[in-house]
Ligand binder design. Structure first.
Ligand code: ZN
Length: 299
């Protein structure tokens, strides 16, 4: 059984490396920029640890995805996004975005996911932001540039944190697909042959596809977006940021275009809801230090 599990891990680890989500032994496009600037604990563990538990004992194919599985899926999704957009090597900006991001994440309803929150900046002028399941959040330079101040940046990051809190990305993996992943992983261990590994890799890859399509291509449901806006406003208020910052950014973004305009359309209806919710919240105090450090960033 040990040998077969090893084969499973190797097969999936190979797949992950092919995606560019490399641990220290990997090459090609990788998380090295993100890991260099923002250590990703457990990066050396094979992402295929996701199936080891499933393979060890009788499989409960209906069980939910665990926090560690969510983390590994999120890393694989992150690797796919990094294959599309390069990670910024601007250390000062990345550390700054992490400072703001972790400030709002700490005030969320899920302040401590399995491996914590990590924020990366993508080197593209397209305004966009992505919440990879488990706690990795990527924001583009184009979107940071659209922010007028730190409160608006905090609003973007709080909205993405809310998607992680609400598990909107991970929930886009169909229940049937995940059951099949678990069942196949169990069958692999039971048979002690490697023939099922290919199926498992395909199934696992399909699960990543589900999440990638949702967060990068199609966007979440309207209900998920409204819930994330509500949660963002409440996070901003608790963190001492101006809750009206989400509305001011959305109002300036206008409509149409690709990227976040397509996956997160700032419709009049959405803007009206965000405005009324933030008006009801108690605004935090603007701090001079926040304004100063935002202006110091070269974006
Ligand atoms: Zn959203």
């Amino acid at each position: 059984m040990r040998r077969i599990q090893g084969a499973t891990i190797a097969a999936l680890a190979g797949l992950i490396l092919a995606w560019g989500c490399a641990g220290p032994e990997g090459s090609g496009p990788s998380l090295s920029g993100l890991t260099g600037l923002v250590p990703l604990p457990g990066a050396a563990q094979p992402a295929a640890a996701i199936v080891t538990k499933a393979g060890a004992k009788a499989v409960d194919a209906s069980r939910p995805i665990t926090p560690s599985e969510e983390y590994y899926i999120g890393r694989a999704v992150c690797a796919r996004i990094l294959a599309k957009y390069p990670l910024s090597q601007d250390q000062a900006l990345t550390l700054y975005v992490n400072e703001v991001g972790r400030t709002v994440a700490r005030k969320s309803n899920r302040p401590d996911p399995y491996r914590g929150y990590h924020f990366g900046v993508l080197e593209t002028s397209e305004p966009n932001a992505f919440a990879c399941p488990g706690g990795i959040i990527l924001v583009t330079k184009g979107l940071v540039r659209k922010c007028a101040d730190e409160d608006e940046l905090a609003a973007v990051l709080a909205h993405e944190v809310a998607h992680i809190v609400n598990q909107d990305g991970i929930n886009s993996i169909s229940r049937a697909r995940w059951s099949e992943v678990l069942t196949t992983a169990g069958a692999e261990a039971a048979r002690q042959y490697g023939g099922v590994a290919g199926n498992l890799v395909t199934l696992f890859e399909s699960s990543i596809d589900d999440v990638f399509k949702t967060i990068v291509v199609n966007g979440y449901s309207r209900g998920a977006e409204e819930a994330a806006d509500r949660e963002a406003i409440s996070i901003l208020t608790r963190a001492g940021y101006n809750p009206a910052a989400l509305a001011s950014l959305l109002g300036r973004m206008g409509s149409g275009g690709g990227g976040i305009m397509r996956t997160h359309p700032p419709t009049a209806d959405r803007l009206a809801k965000v405005k009324s919710q933030s008006a009801a919240a108690q605004p935090g105090k603007m701090e001079e230090v926040r304004t100063k450090r935002f202006k110091e960033q070269k974006i």
